[in-house]
Design a protein around this ligand. Structure first.
Ligand code: ADP
Ligand code: F6P
Length: 322
């Protein structure tokens, strides 16, 4: 293998740039030519491909977002779009493709490998941490760090007003950002899609806290359950005199520098992806399990179903009791 390409696709996440940086520099160090595709699969379809150098990834390791830009590309789900993407790879003589993205982007890579024989490697880049085969995805640590820092700031104002605050966090259908962010910020209530939403439980917790004099509470709700406004309205309906506010943290969670964990994860995963390619071990996705970088067949990895970590749920429940 001589020519490889890299693209970022779907929702951007901190750590994608660290993975781009390492793919390019480690690829070059191992005698590969590395091409960058702009705007994910859309750029592949449109032929937006340029050769990358060590200089083109200078000083990006820490930055949020992705210097290659990203896109959601419905055309890639069609045969016509896929054929155009394959034609671009052929035109540039690209033999291997590194895809950084979430499960949707991996489905694109799966199609390219199983239907068109393109050699692909997937690096999990999504803040959602919703891929079952890996303990962590790129961006999860950074986005959840944004959550805990934001909750800390909200605490300052909520506490001195005796207020409850419902905070909505991202994660699509996965509750990991809410669960880990809630545990690490000492939230009083955490609501995740995997366990469902019971307003009676939320109200009981707030009333029990009020009884012993705690009137400021943080309620974290994952977007996959419902909005913070809905939870806020449900609480007000049951406790009309409560002093309460609702905040949706939104895209701020995808911003800011990557944490140490995400920089390490991005660089280690990219190295592993290149090593696999050089060994002819392709159509695989890279992950981390028990702090070991691993690779797994893309079809098998995507067939797995993510489960919430119940021991973390139990710990959060125990520690949130006032
Ligand atoms: P993420 O990768 O973050 O999960 P999306 O689910 O939006 O984000 O997927 C990103 C892109 O991957 C889509 O816009 C599309 O171009 C491509 N994709 C998703 N599913 C498929 C599929 N079944 N076949 C081909 N391409 C797909
Ligand atoms: O998948 C990452 C993610 O940030 C989700 O948590 C969120 O639901 C979605 O992307 C937001 O998508 P967009 O940036 O297109 O609004």
């Amino acid at each position: 293998m001589k020519n490889i390409a890299i693209l970022t696709s779907g929702g951007d996440s901190q750590g994608m740039n660290a993975a781009i940086f390492a793919t390019v520099r480690y690829g070059l160090a191992n005698g590969l030519n590395v091409f960058g595709v702009q705007f994910g699969y859309q750029g592949l379809i449109d032929g937006k491909v340029t050769e990358m150098t060590a200089q083109s990834v200078d000083e990006i390791i820490h930055r949020g977002g992705t210097v290659l830009a990203t896109a959601r590309c419905p055309e890639m789900k069609t045969e016509a779009g896929q054929a155009k993407a394959v034609a671009t790879l052929k035109k540039f003589g690209i033999e291997g493709l590194v895809v950084i993205g979430g499960d949707g982007s991996f489905n694109g890579a799966k199609v390219l490998s199983t239907k068109y024989g393109i050699k692909t490697m997937g690096i999990p880049g999504t803040i959602d941490n919703d891929l079952a085969y890996t303990d962590f995805t790129l961006g999860f640590d950074s986005a959840t760090t944004v959550v805990i820092n934001s909750v800390q700031m909200l605490r300052d104002t909520m506490a001195c007003n005796g207020r409850t605050c419902v905070v909505e966090v991202m994660g699509r259908n996965c509750g990991d950002i809410a669960l880990y962010g809630g545990l690490a910020s000492g939230a009083e209530v955490i609501i995740v899609p995997e366990l469902g939403y019971n307003i009676d439980d939320v109200v009981a917790r707030l009333q029990a806290n009020a009884k012993v004099g705690k009137t400021d509470n943080i309620v974290i709700v994952a977007e996959g359950v419902c909005s913070s406004d809905k939870v806020c309205a449900d609480i007000v309906e049951r406790i009309p005199n409560i002093n309460i506010r609702s905040v949706n943290l939104g895209h701020v969670q995808r911003g800011g520098n990557a944490t140490l964990q995400d920089r390490l994860l991005g660089t280690r995963m990219a190295k592993h992806a290149i090593d696999c390619m050089l060994q002819g071990k392709t159509n695989r996705v890279i992950g981390i399990r028990n702090n070991q970088i691993i690779d797994e067949d893309i079809v098998e990895a995507l067939a797995k179903t993510k489960q919430i970590n119940m021991s973390v749920v139990e710990l959060a429940n125990t520690l949130s009791k006032y």
